[in-house]
Design a protein around this ligand. Structure first.
Ligand code: NAD
Ligand code: USQ
Length: 401
């Protein structure tokens, strides 16, 4: 199939491009390099060195003989997006190209506006591009488990059957997102659902949990194929951060009590889930939702596992409980239905000690690249203005558009 990967330079988009290319699909990537620009402007970098897109693609071609087409462009630029649709004529499109950090979206008004503009307007442009240039194309959209929040009932896969005043209907599951970023995903879900109903588009919304892991089978083929690994307070996610912290002797940064529980998934399973969604497309007019997680942990459980593995490796790993910079429940019920991808054939890579050891070892290998000043959380959900270290003007933190 001809598959277009939007956000193909990112943590997940790049391994996805390699995985689908390896499987024999014709792959194109589209990215505006906003994520790399954020790093440059902010003076941070991926823990694992990553290579420019052109070099990554050339290396892949030299190793496998397979080509990946590369388009530079912004989702909010209608001309750029429509051009890639007209040129490449995708049969499936995977949409990763968003501002995906919750802390970034909570820095201040400017960052909230940037996040919702790039995410919501980008997806709206995409829906129009599919309608106008490739109406049969299957949209595989990365949503997030955080759309649901942490309700006191089990989380269903997108929809819930409700009986109210004697009448019954199946309705979208209630949403209680916890940041302007997570809210942008809820707005996207509504827009996509609407376009499936009204225009007959076909879409799968993958409500994915927190991703961990540094590599896939394809990225491991060569250091030049590595994907990014973020440990900083804005883009680093919990488990990846804890492993990097263990490697440099920084106490593990649990926010608050640590009972916050989240669905998790290894990056190797992310790439397979998306393949499964593509191979088994939604029908015209259908808006499907899959909960893309393989298991769940509290933040404290993750920290304890990293501490235990780190100690086995001879490291002195301490755990700290910081005042929670976020507004979220720190102790709550959590249960998620996630059978649809398993039914399609997903065989999960569950979190084991070997994986944690791999991430700690990798962090130790690159420990000279870790900036200790980027670890402590400074973005507070309650503040209207947040300062993010190192101090820069707000404008300098925003990717160029
Ligand atoms: P990432 O920031 O590493 O990658 C996103 C890519 O999209 C970057 O290369 C960036 O340059 C590009 N991009 C951003 N805005 C763009 C725009 N307007 N136009 C074109 N390109 C743009 O993020 P990731 O971790 O790879 O996440 C990818 C997707 O998966 C996101 O939508 C995210 O919400 C979702 N997701 C991620 C996780 C996770 O833990 N990483 C978990 C659940 C869902
Ligand atoms: N947390 C800590 N210490 C840390 C970092 C995080 O205790 O050092 C806690 C947070 O308070 C939160 C939980 O860990 O309760 C998860 O935080 P995170 O930063 O790992 O993940 P989150 O902000 O939810 O966002 C990430 C991705 C996002 C994706 C989301 C999936 O950045 O793109 O949508 O995971 S989910 O969480 O299921 O919504």
């Amino acid at each position: 199939m001809r598959i277009l990967i939007l956000g193909g330079d990112g943590y997940l988009g790049w391994p996805q491009a390699l995985y689908l290319s390896q499987k024999g699909h014709e792959v194109a990537v589209f990215d505006n390099l906003a994520r790399r620009q954020f790093d440059l402007r902010h003076g941070i970098d991926s823990l694992v060195p990553i290579f420019p897109m052109q070099r990554r693609i050339a290396r892949w071609q030299a190793l496998t003989g397979k080509t990946i087409a590369h388009y530079h462009g912004d989702m909010v630029d209608w001309e750029a997006l429509s051009k890639v649709f007209q040129t490449f004529q995708p049969e499936a499109v995977v949409h990763f190209a968003q501002q995906r950090s919750a802390p970034f979206s909570m820095i201040d008004r400017e960052h909230a506006v940037y996040t919702q503009q790039t995410n919501v307007v980008g997806t709206l442009n995409l829906l129009y591009a599919i309608k106008e240039f490739a109406p049969d194309c299957h949209l595989v959209k990365l949503g997030t488990m955080g759309e649901y929040g942490t309700p006191n009932i089990p989380i269903e896969e997108g929809y819930i059957e409700i009986t109210h005043k004697g009448r019954t209907d199946t309705l979208p599951f209630p949403k209680q997102p916890g940041s302007f970023y997570h809210l942008s995903k809820v707005h996207d879900s509504h827009n996509i659902h609407f376009c499936c109903r009204v225009w007959g588009l076909r879409a799968t919304d993958l409500n994915q949990g927190v991703v961990y892991g540094a590599d896939t089978y394809e990225t491991l083929l060569d250091p030049e194929l590595a994907t990014r690994f973020d440990y900083d307070q804005v883009y680093g996610t919990a488990l990846n951060r804890f492993c990097a912290q263990a490697a440099v002797g920084h106490p593990l940064t649990i926010y608050g009590k640590g009972g916050q529980t989240r669905g998790c998934i290894h990056v190797k399973d992310t790439v397979r889930c998306i393949e499964l969604a593509i191979e088994n497309p939604a029908a015209p007019g259908e808006f499907r939702v899959f909960n893309q997680i393989t298991e769940w942990f509290s933040v404290a459980q993750l920290a304890e596992r990293v501490q235990r593995v780190g100690q086995k490796m001879g490291l002195d790993v301490q755990i700290s409980h910081l005042p929670n910079p976020r507004v979220e429940k720190e102790e709550h019920f959590y249960e998620v239905v996630h059978t649809k991808l398993l039914d399609l054939g997903l065989e999960p890579h569950l979190l084991d000690d070997a994986e944690i050891e791999r991430m700690i070892s990798l962090s130790m290998e690159h420990r000279d690249r870790i900036d200790m000043g980027q670890i402590k959380p400074t973005v507070n959900w309650r503040a209207t203005e947040n300062e993010v270290e190192p101090t820069q003007t707000d404008a300098a933190l925003l990717p160029a558009t």
